[in-house]
Design a protein around this ligand. Structure first.
Ligand code: HEC
Length: 174
Protein backbone atom coordinates (compact mmCIF):
# COMPACT_ATOMS: atom_id res chain seq x y z
CA UNK A 1 0.00 0.00 0.00
CA UNK A 2 1.78 3.20 -1.09
CA UNK A 3 1.80 6.04 1.37
CA UNK A 4 -1.07 8.48 0.48
CA UNK A 5 1.23 11.47 1.03
CA UNK A 6 3.53 10.19 -1.71
CA UNK A 7 0.59 9.71 -4.09
CA UNK A 8 -0.58 13.29 -3.54
CA UNK A 9 2.98 14.51 -4.12
CA UNK A 10 3.27 12.56 -7.38
CA UNK A 11 -0.13 13.79 -8.55
CA UNK A 12 0.83 17.41 -7.89
CA UNK A 13 4.18 17.04 -9.69
CA UNK A 14 2.35 15.58 -12.69
CA UNK A 15 -0.02 18.59 -12.72
CA UNK A 16 2.87 21.08 -12.59
CA UNK A 17 3.50 21.45 -16.35
CA UNK A 18 -0.23 22.10 -16.84
CA UNK A 19 -0.29 24.86 -14.24
CA UNK A 20 2.93 26.41 -15.63
CA UNK A 21 1.41 26.39 -19.14
CA UNK A 22 -1.81 27.93 -17.81
CA UNK A 23 0.17 30.65 -16.01
CA UNK A 24 2.17 31.41 -19.18
CA UNK A 25 -1.08 31.65 -21.13
CA UNK A 26 -2.58 33.98 -18.53
CA UNK A 27 0.58 36.08 -18.61
CA UNK A 28 0.39 36.43 -22.42
CA UNK A 29 -3.27 37.51 -22.11
CA UNK A 30 -2.21 40.21 -19.64
CA UNK A 31 0.40 41.75 -21.97
CA UNK A 32 -0.07 43.92 -25.02
CA UNK A 33 1.16 42.58 -28.37
CA UNK A 34 4.41 44.09 -29.79
CA UNK A 35 5.39 45.79 -26.50
CA UNK A 36 4.41 43.37 -23.72
CA UNK A 37 2.97 46.20 -21.62
CA UNK A 38 0.76 45.18 -18.68
CA UNK A 39 -2.01 47.02 -16.89
CA UNK A 40 0.06 48.64 -14.12
CA UNK A 41 -0.92 47.46 -10.63
CA UNK A 42 -2.51 50.24 -8.56
CA UNK A 43 -2.98 52.64 -11.51
CA UNK A 44 -6.49 53.52 -10.30
CA UNK A 45 -4.89 55.22 -7.28
CA UNK A 46 -2.47 57.36 -9.31
CA UNK A 47 -2.59 61.16 -9.42
CA UNK A 48 -4.46 63.07 -12.10
CA UNK A 49 -2.50 64.69 -14.94
CA UNK A 50 -5.55 65.93 -16.82
CA UNK A 51 -8.98 65.20 -18.21
CA UNK A 52 -10.17 64.96 -21.83
CA UNK A 53 -13.47 64.63 -23.66
CA UNK A 54 -13.61 63.16 -27.16
CA UNK A 55 -16.76 63.95 -29.16
CA UNK A 56 -17.79 62.29 -32.41
CA UNK A 57 -17.99 58.50 -32.62
CA UNK A 58 -15.96 57.96 -29.48
CA UNK A 59 -18.07 60.27 -27.31
CA UNK A 60 -16.05 59.49 -24.23
CA UNK A 61 -14.68 61.15 -21.14
CA UNK A 62 -11.18 60.34 -19.95
CA UNK A 63 -8.94 60.85 -17.02
CA UNK A 64 -5.19 60.73 -17.56
CA UNK A 65 -3.28 59.38 -14.56
CA UNK A 66 0.44 59.15 -13.91
CA UNK A 67 2.70 57.13 -11.69
CA UNK A 68 5.08 58.99 -9.36
CA UNK A 69 7.80 59.38 -12.01
CA UNK A 70 5.28 60.73 -14.52
CA UNK A 71 3.76 63.26 -12.09
CA UNK A 72 7.20 64.52 -11.07
CA UNK A 73 8.23 64.98 -14.73
CA UNK A 74 4.96 66.79 -15.56
CA UNK A 75 5.30 69.14 -12.59
CA UNK A 76 8.91 69.94 -13.46
CA UNK A 77 8.15 70.24 -17.16
CA UNK A 78 10.83 67.60 -17.77
CA UNK A 79 11.10 66.43 -21.43
CA UNK A 80 11.95 63.87 -22.59
CA UNK A 81 10.17 61.89 -19.88
CA UNK A 82 12.55 59.71 -17.83
CA UNK A 83 12.54 55.90 -17.97
CA UNK A 84 9.97 54.55 -15.53
CA UNK A 85 7.30 57.07 -16.58
CA UNK A 86 3.93 55.35 -16.94
CA UNK A 87 0.77 57.18 -18.05
CA UNK A 88 -2.67 55.56 -17.96
CA UNK A 89 -5.61 57.01 -19.85
CA UNK A 90 -8.90 55.65 -18.49
CA UNK A 91 -12.04 56.21 -20.61
CA UNK A 92 -15.78 55.91 -20.13
CA UNK A 93 -18.81 56.63 -22.28
CA UNK A 94 -19.93 60.25 -21.85
CA UNK A 95 -23.60 60.16 -20.89
CA UNK A 96 -26.33 62.54 -19.74
CA UNK A 97 -27.49 62.06 -16.18
CA UNK A 98 -31.32 62.14 -16.09
CA UNK A 99 -31.21 61.96 -12.30
CA UNK A 100 -28.97 65.03 -11.96
CA UNK A 101 -30.84 66.89 -14.70
CA UNK A 102 -34.18 66.32 -12.93
CA UNK A 103 -32.73 68.08 -9.90
CA UNK A 104 -31.18 70.91 -11.93
CA UNK A 105 -34.42 71.30 -13.89
CA UNK A 106 -32.54 71.38 -17.21
CA UNK A 107 -30.20 69.29 -19.42
CA UNK A 108 -26.76 70.18 -18.13
CA UNK A 109 -25.24 67.21 -16.34
CA UNK A 110 -22.94 64.74 -18.12
CA UNK A 111 -21.13 61.97 -16.29
CA UNK A 112 -19.16 58.76 -16.81
CA UNK A 113 -21.12 55.83 -18.28
CA UNK A 114 -19.79 52.34 -18.97
CA UNK A 115 -16.01 51.97 -19.04
CA UNK A 116 -14.58 51.64 -22.59
CA UNK A 117 -10.87 50.94 -22.27
CA UNK A 118 -7.61 51.85 -20.55
CA UNK A 119 -4.58 52.85 -22.61
CA UNK A 120 -1.07 52.86 -21.23
CA UNK A 121 2.15 54.55 -22.38
CA UNK A 122 5.29 53.32 -20.61
CA UNK A 123 8.74 54.85 -21.08
CA UNK A 124 11.73 52.51 -21.25
CA UNK A 125 14.43 53.57 -23.69
CA UNK A 126 16.25 50.24 -23.34
CA UNK A 127 13.19 48.10 -24.05
CA UNK A 128 11.60 50.26 -26.76
CA UNK A 129 14.42 51.90 -28.77
CA UNK A 130 12.43 51.70 -32.04
CA UNK A 131 9.44 53.74 -30.79
CA UNK A 132 11.11 56.68 -29.11
CA UNK A 133 11.40 54.74 -25.85
CA UNK A 134 7.61 54.26 -25.51
CA UNK A 135 5.73 50.98 -25.14
CA UNK A 136 1.96 50.93 -25.52
CA UNK A 137 -0.95 48.79 -24.32
CA UNK A 138 -4.72 48.84 -24.53
CA UNK A 139 -6.89 47.01 -22.00
CA UNK A 140 -10.56 46.16 -22.21
CA UNK A 141 -12.25 44.86 -19.06
CA UNK A 142 -8.78 44.26 -17.59
CA UNK A 143 -7.50 42.16 -20.54
CA UNK A 144 -4.88 43.23 -23.07
CA UNK A 145 -6.32 43.92 -26.52
CA UNK A 146 -4.52 41.33 -28.70
CA UNK A 147 -5.14 43.25 -31.96
CA UNK A 148 -1.71 44.01 -33.40
CA UNK A 149 -3.06 46.53 -35.95
CA UNK A 150 -4.63 48.62 -33.18
CA UNK A 151 -1.36 48.59 -31.26
CA UNK A 152 0.53 49.78 -34.34
CA UNK A 153 -1.60 52.94 -34.49
CA UNK A 154 -0.44 54.17 -31.06
CA UNK A 155 3.12 55.16 -31.91
CA UNK A 156 2.17 56.19 -35.47
CA UNK A 157 -0.20 58.84 -34.11
CA UNK A 158 1.68 59.91 -30.95
CA UNK A 159 4.85 60.30 -33.02
CA UNK A 160 3.18 63.03 -35.07
CA UNK A 161 3.74 65.49 -32.23
CA UNK A 162 6.85 67.71 -32.37
CA UNK A 163 9.77 65.84 -30.77
CA UNK A 164 9.96 68.50 -28.00
CA UNK A 165 6.70 67.00 -26.61
CA UNK A 166 8.14 63.47 -26.39
CA UNK A 167 5.01 61.88 -27.94
CA UNK A 168 2.66 62.84 -25.11
CA UNK A 169 -0.47 64.86 -25.89
CA UNK A 170 -1.79 65.64 -22.42
CA UNK A 171 -0.67 68.82 -20.68
CA UNK A 172 -0.57 68.88 -16.88
CA UNK A 173 -3.76 70.49 -15.57
CA UNK A 174 -2.65 72.57 -12.57
C1 HEC B 1 -5.11 59.13 -34.11
C2 HEC B 1 -4.27 59.50 -33.00
C3 HEC B 1 -4.11 58.58 -31.80
C4 HEC B 1 -4.00 57.21 -31.76
C5 HEC B 1 -4.11 56.23 -32.89
C6 HEC B 1 -3.74 56.86 -30.37
N1 HEC B 1 -3.71 57.99 -29.61
FE1 HEC B 1 -3.33 58.06 -27.63
N2 HEC B 1 -3.88 60.02 -27.61
C7 HEC B 1 -4.17 60.79 -28.71
C8 HEC B 1 -4.61 62.12 -28.28
C9 HEC B 1 -5.02 63.26 -29.19
C10 HEC B 1 -4.55 62.11 -26.88
C11 HEC B 1 -4.94 63.26 -25.94
C12 HEC B 1 -6.42 63.48 -25.89
C13 HEC B 1 -7.18 62.37 -25.25
O1 HEC B 1 -6.72 61.81 -24.24
O2 HEC B 1 -8.25 62.04 -25.71
C14 HEC B 1 -4.06 60.79 -26.49
C15 HEC B 1 -3.79 60.41 -25.20
C16 HEC B 1 -3.20 59.23 -24.83
C17 HEC B 1 -2.68 58.92 -23.52
C18 HEC B 1 -2.56 59.91 -22.38
C19 HEC B 1 -1.12 60.50 -22.45
C20 HEC B 1 -0.92 61.37 -23.67
O3 HEC B 1 -0.09 61.01 -24.53
O4 HEC B 1 -1.61 62.39 -23.78
C21 HEC B 1 -2.25 57.64 -23.55
C22 HEC B 1 -1.63 56.86 -22.40
C23 HEC B 1 -2.48 57.14 -24.87
N3 HEC B 1 -3.05 58.13 -25.65
C24 HEC B 1 -2.15 55.87 -25.29
C25 HEC B 1 -2.47 55.38 -26.56
C26 HEC B 1 -2.38 53.98 -26.92
C27 HEC B 1 -1.91 52.87 -26.02
C28 HEC B 1 -2.79 53.90 -28.22
C29 HEC B 1 -2.91 52.68 -29.09
C30 HEC B 1 -3.71 51.59 -28.60
C31 HEC B 1 -3.13 55.25 -28.65
N4 HEC B 1 -2.93 56.11 -27.61
C32 HEC B 1 -3.57 55.57 -29.92
C33 HEC B 1 -4.07 60.38 -30.01
C34 HEC B 1 -3.95 59.07 -30.42
Amino acid sequence: MPCPGRLIFLASVAALPISIAAAAHRDAADRSPIYGVRLPPGYRDWKVIGVAHEKGDLNSIRVILGNRTAIQAFRRGQRPFPDGTVIARVAWKYVASPRNNAIFGQEQSFVTGDPTNVQVSAKDTVKYPGTGGWGYGQFIAGKANPDVDTLRTCYACHNRLPSSEDRVFTAYAP
